[in-house]
Design a protein around this ligand. Structure first.
Ligand code: AMP
Ligand code: MG
Length: 707
């Protein structure tokens, strides 16, 4: 048998500065040499630095020609802050080997209880077995001796040797070959009394479970490695309608908050009936510029208003304090909106009068001729509360505060300073991918780098819908823990998400690649539930929707409530990400924002009741659209309203009659609609009427130009 290749990485700040100070490499080499199965080890020293540790390990394991069978690391496995070897190595491991870890700790525990203070990691990356050992020469030697007999066999299996042949002679022969046996008690560290043996193994078994198990289960664990990685998605394929139902079921009911009346309230749904706090107008007000008069009625016996009258006072709209009552036989100059003086009951428009004389100093009017005698009490006057009465219902639960401004005006004029509304959800957007570069990074792209276009485009779209957003940045695929930390921080409201997020939208990392860690991270690391991981649609097949539990400390109380937050993991392709944001995320945000309540509240007027998600309309195809045989396609298109026949027409933003690639960034650039093309053979025919989802406003057009 060819000798196996082994490398030793000494992880130590001190030794990296003074290589002569390292004694561990020299202590380990003889143990391997004594086995005569190993080449003489390659040795390298790095400081306690995650990046340098990972670089060395990857160089030794990932080189397809000169890879090493065994990589031993020594140092950095303790509890000191700088000890980060396990953190550096764990994410690189495809298949963990807890048996080896257990064996090493068990052996060291016989020497010292301090063995509990080491944090070893062992496992396989591609074909290389990686084991971390303590930093001290004594500890490293003890640990290596505990497992060294088994390592050639483990390395051969990892390298792809046929395990059936290797096992043909049974575990006993493997034990004999490795020089270990549970029955002989001859090899110190591995022995176990039969009575201590796990029930999984026959009496005397000490070999790792993998020796006896051939039923390998597939897994979506990122560390499961190529052999156990799924080769087709384990998630059932849902129809779009089924997926939307899941979203609706798992989106929580909206939360009520008290919101100040300002521009941020636009788009909110009112959560309870609102009653006017003040009358509008609050006083008897003139609706014209002119003269307040006492028009005759049955109670005042006033003379006709026709004739010349002295001008008693001037009332401007912004007048403060109390006004002197108007005496019969006098009139008062008044401006639009100003209060009438007591006793006055009508206003004569300035156009119906002539100035007769001014005061001696020429600054004021003295007498005015009123040319009409037809003035009725109440003419040109708004009675108090004639627009809105004090206590009148001005908005109902479910009303939407629109951007047109009417509702804000009503609230503002009736003295309402705060309103109970449903809380608009805050959405955090996270991009994932090692290849991503900030879109505004001035440096030229190299290698496989691409600009992160999804984050700005999704944030722009969410803001245009009126939702508060948080930019959660980019999470790299490697190490996988970066994604987990980014999601955990966002759920907890730490770092970039310190203002709190209700919904997390991610892009990338949901397809079938080995770096597509989102689903396993949500399920395994965050304990979340994936409600769907595949949808029968184009683009957007790997779209994933999950809920993740999190603990929230209630304000002013120490009681912790368990709630869940929503994660939408959208595909990385830019067109897929935007289409699925529109199709799946928007209805959920609408529900969270209370639009479902709104629909229920005004169900008596179905034409007014808002739908959740994009508005659906019928459109006429202006050309042939190719159909996908299996999946419903959401084809990016421009929808125009014809000025001549009043119909809506849809034209693809792609090449006429050609399918659209989900990776085409530009396919959404001018689109205002998604044309829903149900699966089928051939094409959607020109002139056919199909459904479309409107993402933006409809353009006006001349039918002759588009058909
Ligand atoms: P993934 O699902 O992570 O395999 O990504 C699928 C494709 O989308 C790859 O070509 C990615 O490079 C691309 N992609 C992923 N994230 C982004 C992003 N934030 N902006 C632009 N393209 C992306
Ligand atoms: Mg990716």
């Amino acid at each position: 048998m060819d000798k196996l290749k082994v490398a030793i990485l000494i992880v130590s700040d001190t030794a990296s500065q003074d290589p002569a100070s390292d004694r561990t490499a020299n202590a380990l080499a003889p143990i391997l040499d004594a086995e005569s199965k190993w080449e003489h080890p390659a040795v390298r020293i790095v400081p306690d630095n995650v990046f340098e540790i990972q670089r060395a390990v990857c160089e030794w394991s990932d080189d397809s020609v000169n890879w090493y069978n065994l990589i031993l690391l020594s140092g950095g496995t303790g509890f000191a802050i700088k000890d980060n070897t396990p953190e550096a190595v764990s994410p690189l491991i495809h298949r963990h080997a807890p048996g080896l870890v257990h064996g090493m700790i068990a052996a060291s525990l016989k020497v010292t209880p301090f063995a509990m203070m080491s944090r070893p990691v062992a496992g396989v990356r591609d074909k290389s077995l990686i084991i971390t050992l303590p930093g001290s020469p004594k500890g490293a030697v003890e640990n290596l001796e505990a497992v060294v007999k088994l390592l050639p066999h483990a390395c051969l299996q990892s390298a792809g040797a046929n395990s059936r042949n290797m096992h043909a002679a049974g575990v006993k022969s493997l034990e004999a070959e490795a020089g270990v046996s549970s029955g002989t008690h001859s090899h110190t560290h591995l022995q176990k009394k039969p009575s201590q043996c796990s029930h999984h193994h026959g009496p005397g078994h000490v070999a790792p479970k993998a020796h006896t198990s051939s039923n390998r289960q597939q897994s979506n664990d990122p560390s499961a490695g190529p052999n156990r990685r799924y080769r087709s998605s384990p998630y059932p394929m849902l129809s779009v309608e089924e997926a939307l139902l899941q979203i609706s079921e798992h989106t929580p009911e909206p939360i009520i908050i008290e919101s100040p009346v300002n521009t941020a309230i636009v788009g909110s749904v009112v959560a309870e009936d609102v009653y006017a706090a003040e009358s509008v107008p609050a006083y008897k007000a003139s609706i014209v510029d002119g003269y307040a008069v006492i028009a005759p009625d049955s109670t005042n016996n006033a003379p006709s208003t026709k004739g010349v009258f002295p001008v008693a006072s001037v009332n401007h709209a912004n007048v403060g304090g109390s006004l002197s009552p108007l005496k019969q036989g006098t009139i008062a100059r008044i401006t639009t909106g100003a209060p009438l003086p007591p006793n006055a009951n009508a206003v004569v428009m300035v156009e119906d009068t002539d100035l007769v004389s001014s005061t001696p100093d020429g600054t004021e009017e003295a007498t005015v001729d009123i040319l009409t005698g037809d003035i009725k009490p109440g003419e040109n006057v708004r009675e108090p509360g004639s627009d809105v009465r004090l206590g009148e219902k001005i908005l109902a639960r479910g009303d939407v505060i629109s951007s047109v401004g009417g509702e804000v005006g009503l609230l503002a004029s009736t003295g309402i300073r705060t309103v109970k509304v449903f809380k608009k959800p805050t959405i955090g957007v996270l991009s994932t991918g090692d290849e991503l570069v900030e879109h505004d990074d001035p440096r030229t792209l190299t290698g496989g780098q691409i600009r992160d276009s999804n984050r700005p485009s999704l944030l722009a779209c969410l803001s245009s819908w009126g939702f508060p957003t948080v930019d959660l940045g980019i999470a790299r695929d490697t190490p996988a823990s970066e994604l987990e930390h980014a999601l955990r921080d966002s759920l907890r409201g730490v770092g970039r998400a310190s203002s709190g997020v209700d919904v997390i939208v991610t892009t990338g990392g949901v397809s079938m690649g080995e770096l597509d860690f989102l689903k396993p991270t949500i399920e395994r690391s965050l304990g979340g539930t994936i409600h769907f991981g595949r949808v029968s649609m184009k683009p957007g097949k790997p779209t994933t929707f999950a809920t993740v539990p999190f603990k929230e400390t209630g304000e002013g109380t120490t009681q912790q409530e368990r709630k869940s937050k929503l994660i939408f993991s959208l595909p990385g392709n830019p067109a897929s990400a935007l289409v699925t944001l529109n199709l799946f995320v928007l209805p959920s945000l609408h529900k969270l924002t209370g639009l479902g309540e709104s629909s229920r509240a005004i169900s008596s007027k179905p034409w007014l009741a808002p739908q959740l998600g994009l508005p659906r309309v019928a459109v006429v195809l202006t050309h042939h659209f190719p159909l996908d045989p299996k999946r419903t396609e959401y084809h990016r298109a421009v929808v125009t309203a014809s000025r001549s026949d009043g119909r809506l027409y849809a034209t693809s933003t792609g090449v006429e009659g050609v399918g659209q690639r989900s990776s085409r960034v530009g396919s959404l650039a001018n689109a205002n609609a998604l044309v829903v093309l149900r699966p089928g053979r051939g094409v959607g025919i020109k002139g056919e009427i199909v459904e479309a989802l409107m993402m933006g406003g409809v353009y006006g057009s001349d039918t002759r130009l588009i058909c």
